[in-house]
Design a protein around this ligand. Structure first.
Ligand code: ADP
Length: 490
């Protein structure tokens, strides 16, 4: 195993600040483990609040020059970074699989997906336009121009350790901002590998800084990243709970926030739907990344007319297509859960549901022969709305099915959550499709599809799922302020 890790040439064991590969000021390190077998991949610096301050300082002084680069220059730099990530797809994918556990094919998919944001923002950089607005006064012009907000603190999760960075950093660099990135303690290595490629691509010193911290130091480092005077924006993807804490800290300095938080996606199937297609899409919407995705389908609301057919098809697909094992093994489609805490959370939600009357048609337990983080892909029926597994985001390979009997009931149940990220609807009734799109209280609605993410659309949630959008033109505009200049022509 050690040999396997040593052969990864993008594997870094230091943080990246102001163009230097550095240790923590305290010299303390923490280990990054492979969830497939608990082996130690490497150790990285366990940085603290003072390291965070240094990194913010570097980002702040670089901003003074970076903000004056032309959009064309930033576009070219992003394009070079994109090209290098593409060239190094296999190397990046190996690191993603090693630290996050996902199957190699999915890790390669993540590199392509994550990298598409660098390509997109290389293009978008040159189209962050202002406006000239007709003024109410004669001889005066109103100019609205876009200026970069400044230093951005980027805090990212472990489920897409590469893509969650590129879609923030691509956008903020396009806008002319600099950043300090704190990746998840579970997956700092993809971030460091991305930084290495950014350096090779000629991203100027100090534009991108990556500080690594253990979970123990995350609150103190997070506080500095949200409160330091030089920081103008906090861009976070992760749990709703941590998002709320950071939003509170950001309030002290009236900082801009971009928050991508948890979801609790409904997946609604109506009688007119193409059931075979809905089932194929359900497999993707549920089991991608082993259910560890904020837009992952969580609550299957199936119309009574097609319920039995759907459940039967879902059960047999899960039994046949979900192959559990380490992500490096050929043919595996579902890897381990990220850590023991997540594994425990998933299993206790299932156990609780079963104790209250739900039934596992397939799965419902750990695959202990593989290790302590492998949970069987599970289909639960007889689920009730009052169960925690229905009201909480599972973030694991568990599909819960509930029978519905009308469109109104589907809407009512679907909307009865504080989350509002993604929703999926399967119907061939055009009127129904439009009604659902209109009435579902979610930032993103997929009609007859289970995969919605790309660089081109605006990704984001409403209600407690977050603030702001990533991808699309709006993703870059998040990192700009609109400046109003009045030109009085004397
Ligand atoms: P997940 O369930 O995906 O791990 P978390 O919200 O727990 O979601 O973690 C997402 C990111 O937030 C990680 O980088 C984690 O280290 C970081 N984090 C957790 N707690 C804090 C905190 N108090 N301050 C700043 N960052 C934090």
């Amino acid at each position: 195993n050690c040999l396997q890790y040593r052969q990864m040439h993008l594997l870094k064991n230091q943080a990246y600040v102001n163009g230097q590969w550095v240790k923590a000021g305290s010299n303390v390190v923490f280990s990054v483990n492979n969830p497939a077998d608990d082996s130690v991949i490497t150790e990285v610096p366990d940085m603290d609040a003072s390291d965070a301050k240094n990194a913010i300082q570097a980002a702040a002084s670089t901003f003074e020059t970076w903000k004056n680069t032309t959009a064309k220059e930033r576009s070219q730099i992003l394009r070079r970074w994109f090209n290098l990530c593409e060239k190094n797809t296999d190397e990046l994918a190996k690191i993603i699989t090693a630290e996050s556990g996902k199957p190699l094919a999915e890790a390669r998919g993540e590199v392509a997906y994550g990298n598409s944001f660098l390509e997109w923002f290389a293009d978008t950089a040159r189209h962050i336009n202002g406006e000239i607005v007709p003024s109410p006064w004669p001889n005066k012009q109103i100019l609205l121009t876009r200026q970069p907000v400044g230093v951005v603190s980027v805090i990212t999760p472990w489920n897409f350790p590469f893509a969650m960075i590129t879609r923030k950093v691509g956008a903020l660099m396009a806008a002319g901002c600099t950043c300090v990135i704190k990746p998840s303690e579970d997956t700092p290595l993809s971030a460091l590998a991305a930084a290495e490629l950014a350096e090779q691509a000629g991203v100027p010193t100090g534009v991108i800084n990556v500080i690594t911290t253990s979970r123990k130091n995350a609150p103190s480092v997070g506080k500095v990243m949200c409160e330091d005077d030089a920081v103008r924006c906090i861009s976070f993807t992760g749990s709703t709970q941590v998002g709320k804490t950071l939003y509170g800290l950001a309030a002290n300095g009236v900082k801009r926030v971009a928050l991508e938080l948890g979801g609790n996606a409904p997946f609604i199937v109506f009688p007119s739907a193409d059931i075979e297609h809905a089932l194929d899409q359900a497999m993707l919407a549920k089991f991608r990344n082993n259910g560890q995705a904020c837009i992952g389908a969580n609550r299957f609301l199936i119309h009574e007319d097609v319920y039995d057919k759907f459940v039967k098809g879902f059960k047999s697909r899960i039994a046949q297509k979900c192959i559990l094992g380490p992500g490096t093994k050929e043919g595996v489609t579902c890897g381990p859960l990220i850590n023991n805490q997540q594994a425990k959370k998933v299993s206790s939600l299932v156990d609780d549901a079963i104790s209250k009357g739900a039934k596992a048609l397939v799965g419902g337990k750990f695959a202990t022969e593989l290790g302590n983080k492998y949970y069987e892909s599970t289909l639960l029926i007889n689920v009730k709305q009052s169960m925690s597994i229905f009201t909480e985001e599972v973030f694991g390979p568990v599909a819960t099915c509930l029978k519905i009997s009308s469109e109104d009931e589907a809407l009512k149940i679907a909307n009865s959550t504080r989350s509002g990220l993604a929703a999926y609807v399967f119907t061939k009734d055009l009127g129904q499709a439009f009604r659902m799109s209109n009435k579902l209280e979610f930032g993103m609605v997929a009609i007859n599809d289970g995969i919605i993410s790309a660089a081109e659309p605006a990704f984001g949630g409403i209600k407690e799922s977050g603030i702001g959008r990533e991808g699309s033109r709006h993703g870059a505009e998040e990192y700009t302020d609109l400046k109003y200049t009045l030109m009085s022509c004397l």
